[in-house]
Write a protein that binds this ligand. Structure first.
Ligand code: FES
Length: 221
């Protein structure tokens, strides 16, 4: 099964930007997501909405291997099920109370996610099936918000037509992996990674290049 990151797997953020025991929020085509990493280092992606009263789970905190909601402290395990309700500590919460998990995977220095129907199997992962070799380690350079549509940014930086992630054809300060997360119709996140052999000077130059590309894309928008 081939998974196109543009339509299937979405590159949410640089893996290095999510410390174990932390949670962050991001937006994919207007859909708010909570991304968190448990103490074992495994990344999880859920709808950013507490099943109790809708509080953003990305504002929560980790407690004993669960993600706790900031509002009333309900805790949710890695499978999304509610594990603890502080106001009723003796209660075993029903299985129907659960956050809405997405399929999540960490590859190529990025955290990817795609929607998955409740009870469905997690889809296969073949991220990078774009004709390029993605293997090897990638070092995160930077993520930056661009005030231009994702497809326009993809064209400006030189991604193959119709793709929002890939190894760039042109040599830009060494090997470059770029991935774009559409936030909404007018903005996106551009994630830039370098080949693992990149030194500090190259990383610095690549960060400048990413900023320049943002300028070009926003000018053209
Ligand atoms: S809104 Fe999350 S615990 Fe109440």
């Amino acid at each position: 099964m081939t998974a196109d990151p543009g339509d299937g797997w979405h590159a949410l953020m640089l893996a290095m930007d999510l410390e174990p025991g932390s949670v962050a929020g991001c937006v994919l085509r207007g859909r708010e997501l909570a991304v968190w990493r448990d103490a074992r280092g495994v990344a999880h992606v859920w709808d950013d909405r507490c099943p109790h009263r809708g509080m953003r789970l990305s504002l929560g905190f980790l407690r004993e291997g669960t993600l706790a909601c900031l509002y009333h402290g309900w805790r949710f395990g890695p499978d999304g099920r509610c594990a603890h309700i502080p106001a009723h500590p003796e209660l075993s919460p029903p299985a129907t109370i659960r956050a809405a998990p997405w399929a999540a995977v960490e590859r190529h220095g990025l955290i990817w996610a795609r929607p998955v129907a409740e009870g469905a199997e997690v889809p296969g992962v073949e991220i990078g099936a774009d004709g390029h070799v993605w293997t090897g380690a990638w070092t995160g350079v930077r993520s930056l918000r661009v005030g231009a549509p994702a497809e326009r940014v993809a064209g400006v930086i030189g991604l193959a037509a119709g793709r929002l992630a890939g190894v760039l054809d042109r040599d830009v300060h060494g090997a470059v992996l770029a991935a774009i997360l559409p936030v909404d119709g007018d903005a996106c996140m551009l994630h830039v990674l370098a080949g693992s052999m990149a030194g500090a000077a190259r990383l610095h130059a690549l960060a400048d290049w990413a900023r320049d590309m943002r300028g070009c894309a926003e000018e053209a928008a």
